[in-house]
Design a protein around this ligand. Structure first.
Ligand SMILES: [Zn+2]
Ligand SMILES: [Zn+2]
Length: 501
């Protein structure tokens, strides 16, 4: 018996196995080798994996078990110390280089569901959580801000080709007679002005859908919150889900606007976000994959370090390596001609040329047919169009390199997927306009961060994760299952692994 935790197999007789005993210490990499037909798969898949999976499935309720594949009990006298298992076999081949341990084991499917359901979206402009406002959340926010006199407005767009006067008239016919501001493309209309706190209000503004504006200034014995609720609901309806609330100062001037929106929209930055679905979090789906790298997380580009491998060479000596072959001699001659015209030193080593000159050599100034310098980059762009030729492909491959995708910084997903769970700081998306410090204070991990965590930390993350109410039971179930699966991946002896590996 081994003292260390191990899978202990006694009398393995599955298929052609001859009833042997074997101890497999946990937390180590084991390799099973042997000639074809010697029983490698019978041991690894049909015995160890099969028993691990079977016992794992047994831990579910009979209701859940009906949705899971049942495994037959392998022919073996006894197996002890076996954790739940995950098999990645060759009958389920890696189809694309997008596949990861996470996608192969379907752990990612759970992650996608969880993120679609529970992750919090933070605005890329201001970092504030983006949630749909509702009339009651707006009223709560007003109460929390301790405002006294307020004005509620909404905006009406002026369609192209119409005069704002026509819209103002149309609004008046619906009882909206007070305009806060007129912009060329929209009109900000006053829904109502009232006091929040005092259980009654002075109807000093407001619309007269039922002739109320005629009684402006009259005191209405109505509780403040009912008035506020009516104003908020009315403005949301007329403003297509968006409204602004101003604090009115002692002189009744509108101050500090606060914008609200019932859409997934940051009213402060005016950025609209799309509702997430599981596909939003899948780099294997066109809906989720970053459009620049198509979900691979890296893009192919020309490595200028390979283009200028020897920086001690001058332009005349052939610093630009691909143009020193007979086939592209003409490009070298073009370079020298345009450089001479521009006054670029031909006999100074590349390492001593200033940044602007190097940039000019590499990036050029205009397209091929414009009679100006086209640059190394356009040369390679042109080569790409000829890549149906074998020798061009060979040439390109010598100068190409993979780089982290600049659009997603390797996260492989569109910006919409940057929604966070939990409270640990996250991957900084390139489109975030808030500064580094503000970003570092943002809570939560996005799906990309979770996939990059070592499995033991991934498990710890899910153990600590507390979701805000009211997330329904389904999410709780999902989370329980996820925790089970990462722990099985973890116990399976691959705690050093990553879901994205
Ligand atoms: Zn914002
Ligand atoms: Zn990308």
């Amino acid at each position: 018996m081994t003292a260390r935790p191990a899978i202990r197999i006694r009398g393995a007789r599955q298929n052609n196995l001859k009833g042997f005993d074997l101890d497999l210490p946990l937390g180590e990499l084991h390799v099973v080798t042997g000639v074809s037909g010697s029983g490698k798969s019978s041991l690894a898949f049909d015995t160890v994996y099969s028993e691990g999976q079977r016992r794992y499935v047994e831990t579910f309720s009979s209701y859940a078990r009906q949705f899971l594949d049942r495994m037959d009990k392998p022919r073996v006298d006894a197996i002890d110390g076996i954790p739940p298992a995950i098999a990645i076999d060759q009958t389920n081949p890696v189809r694309t280089s997008r596949s990861t341990v996470g996608t192969m084991t379907e752990l990612n499917d759970h992650l996608k569901l969880l993120f679609a359901r529970a992750a919090v979206l933070h605005c890329r402009g201001c970092g504030a959580p983006v949630r749909r406002d509702t009339p009651s959340s707006i009223l709560d926010a007003l109460r929390a801000a301790g405002l006294d006199r307020v004005m509620v407005t909404f905006e009406v767009a002026v369609p192209e080709g119409s005069a704002s006067g026509e819209i103002v008239e149309l609004l008046a016919s619906q009882g909206y007679t007070r305009v806060h501001r007129e912009h060329p493309d929209c009109i900000e209309v006053i829904q109502d002005r009232f006091r929040l706190g005092d259980g009654g209000g002075t109807r000093s503004g407001g619309h007269g859908r039922s002739g109320e504006s005629a009684r402006a200034g009259e005191r209405t014995p109505r509780p403040g919150h009912a008035r506020a609720a009516e104003a908020v609901e009315g403005a949301l309806k007329a403003g297509r889900g968006r409204l602004t609330i101003y604090r009115l100062d002692a002189q009744r001037r509108a101050r500090s606007p606060r914008r609200f929106s019932t859409a997934l929209h940051c009213a402060r930055c005016d950025v609209e976000y799309r509702e997430p679905t599981p596909s939003t979090f899948s780099f294997n789906s066109p809906l989720g994959a970053c459009q620049t790298c198509r979900g691979f997380g890296r893009t192919m580009g020309i490595d200028y370090g390979l283009v200028v491998p020897d920086e001690s060479k001058t332009l005349r000596e052939g610093a630009i390596r691909p143009w020193q072959s007979q086939s592209y001699r003409q490009c070298q001659r073009d370079l020298l001609r345009y450089a001479r015209r521009r006054g670029v030193p031909l006999d100074r080593p590349w390492s001593e040329l200033d940044a602007a000159t190097r940039e000019w050599v590499l990036e050029g100034e205009a397209d091929f047919d414009e009679g100006r310098w086209y640059g190394v980059r356009r040369f390679f762009d042109w080569l790409e169009t000829k890549s149906y030729r074998m020798h061009v492909r060979v040439l390109l491959s010598r100068y190409r390199t993979y780089r982290e995708c600049p659009a997603c910084r390797g996260a492989r997903l569109k910006p919409e997927a940057r929604r966070a769970l939990g409270r640990t700081p996250a991957h900084r998306p390139p489109e975030a306009t808030l500064d580094e410090r503000a970003f570092a204070s943002q809570p939560g991990l996005c799906i990309h961060d979770v996939m990059r965590l070592p499995l033991d930390r991934c498990r710890a993350f899910f153990d600590r994760l507390r979701l805000r109410a009211p997330l329904d039971e389904a999410t709780g179930l999902l989370l329980a299952e996820r925790a089970g699966e990462t722990s099985s991946a973890d116990q399976g002896g691959c705690s050093e692994g990553f879901l994205a590996a």
